[in-house]
Design a protein around this ligand. Structure first.
Ligand SMILES: [Zn+2]
Ligand SMILES: [Zn+2]
Length: 439
């Protein structure tokens, strides 16, 4: 069964997945027929009236935030936070009209500051109800929040990757949750989101030298399965031991389906790359079957599946030999890295879709190093920034990781071919490049 339904009354088609399935103006999800404006769905579009779209989006956001403010019990949230710090008092700003207007826009989460009387600051991270997760089933929302918490706890306790400390996680479906919504309590880290293009050559090198160490730390912690991190047991104190973590199913939207009984079907975990790629392609073929240009997309997926033998021999993947898998941040556009004023990486944030992957896919360069314009024109060569990262990794003696970055373009193309939200025009470009690189 499809994961989503079209929100138009009477329409029985599946709602499209990802941001492209949600109307920018009314924030509702539609099928392939009704996502575009028509007499049945008559929202303004960015082409026809950008201001009207922005006005409607802002109105929806304010309605969403007011609804959240009504459900959220700030007194209880402050009591919970305080109890986790031996009764240290704290304050949380009241969610009045003016404050709600100043909350940062966009993204899938809302962050509330918790300021303790001794100056310590925490963040309460709450998943947004609207945007692309509007209709995500509750058990899937739980899985996303728990996987993010597990990933942060694992990285903080087992690796040298700098991440905010997590103090409490309450999944959205939790009963008797007096706070009123699911949430994650975590350390507030100083530092600003990185704007890679504004950095000079020296600062870029400084950041990449730290990133090389971070890649290496992740490389030192292999897992036997492909999937997302999962917490084995409570309470949080137990998370400091490696046995507290295991790899469970994938939580990304593209890997979800709905079962007959209404519960969510998850993909994975997988013991081999071959098994993972085959399952992903099968799932994608189902996802795109209600899309525009579905015929070409499906034929790409079938051809992609046929190419897996070549891919396996290129990368040395084997369906029978045990493989090692490594954690990858799945949204590495650059603003996930927080820097201080002298370009030290103080934290890497937003790990909510992180999953394990085989070596070549886990350690291809992060997206912010890719020359995106050239990439979307179908060029296969590495950018200057990617070449610098290769040099830095080699200087540090990480030859395996340097090789992954040097040969990373094929991994990028494969990732975009497996992304259910890739634009159909772009798929053609990824597909042509993928075929050149694998031949
Ligand atoms: Zn609309
Ligand atoms: Zn529809």
């Amino acid at each position: 069964m499809p994961l989503y339904r079209c929100s138009l009354a009477g329409c029985l088609l599946a709602g499209l997945r990802g941001p492209s399935g949600t109307c920018m103006a009314c924030s509702r999800r539609f099928c392939v027929e009704h996502i575009t404006a028509s007499s049945l769905h008559d929202c303004p579009t960015y082409e026809s009236d950008p201001r009207a779209v922005d006005d409607m989006a802002e109105k929806n956001l304010q309605a969403e935030l007011h609804e959240l403010a009504q459900r959220l019990n700030l007194v209880e949230l402050a009591r919970v936070a305080s109890s986790l710090r031996n009764g240290q008092g704290c304050t949380i700003h009241e969610l009045d009209d003016q404050y709600l207007r100043t909350l940062p826009r966009g993204g899938m989460n809302i962050h509330l500051d918790i300021v303790f009387n001794d100056g310590v600051e925490w963040i309460c991270r709450i998943r947004r109800r609207s945007a692309s997760i509007q209709d995500l089933p509750l058990d899937a929302q739980d899985a996303v929040v728990l996987s993010e918490a597990a990933t942060l706890l694992f990285l903080a306790n087992q690796t040298s990757v700098p991440v905010p400390r997590v103090f409490k996680v309450v999944p959205p479906s939790t009963r008797d949750n007096l706070v009123g919504v699911g949430y994650l309590l975590m350390e507030k880290v100083a530092g600003k989101p990185m704007d890679w293009s504004s950095l000079n050559a020296l600062s870029k090198r400084k950041v990449l030298e730290q990133l090389a160490d971070i890649f290496h730390s992740i490389y030192e912690h292999p897992f036997p399965l492909i999937g997302c991190l999962h917490i084995n047991n409570h309470p949080l104190a137990a998370f400091t031991s490696a046995s507290a973590f295991s790899i469970s199913h994938l939580v990304a939207e593209g890997a979800l389906s709905q079962k007959e009984d209404g519960s969510t079907g998850f993909l994975g975990p997988f013991t081999s790359t071959c098994e993972y790629l085959k399952a992903s392609v099968a799932s994608n073929t189902l996802c795109v079957s209600s899309r525009e240009s579905q015929t070409s997309s499906i034929s790409h997926y079938l051809a992609l599946e046929k190419s897996f033998n070549r891919l396996a021999s290129r990368y040395n993947f084997s369906a029978t030999k045990p493989e090692n898998f490594y954690l990858r941040h799945m949204d590495d556009k650059g603003d996930h890295i927080l820097l201080d004023d002298v370009y030290n990486i103080v934290a890497i944030i937003d790990w909510e879709w992180a999953q394990t992957l085989p070596e070549p896919l886990a350690f291809s360069s992060p997206l912010f190093l890719v020359d995106v314009a050239a990439y979307y024109e179908g060029q296969d060569g590495l950018s200057e920034d990617e070449r610098l990262f290769v040099t830095v990794l080699e200087e540090k003696g990480h030859a395996t990781l340097a090789k992954c970055v040097r040969n990373g373009r094929l991994a990028h193309r494969l990732a975009h071919l497996l992304d259910t939200d890739s634009d159909s025009g772009d798929i053609q470009i990824h597909w042509e490049s993928y075929n050149r690189l694998i031949s």
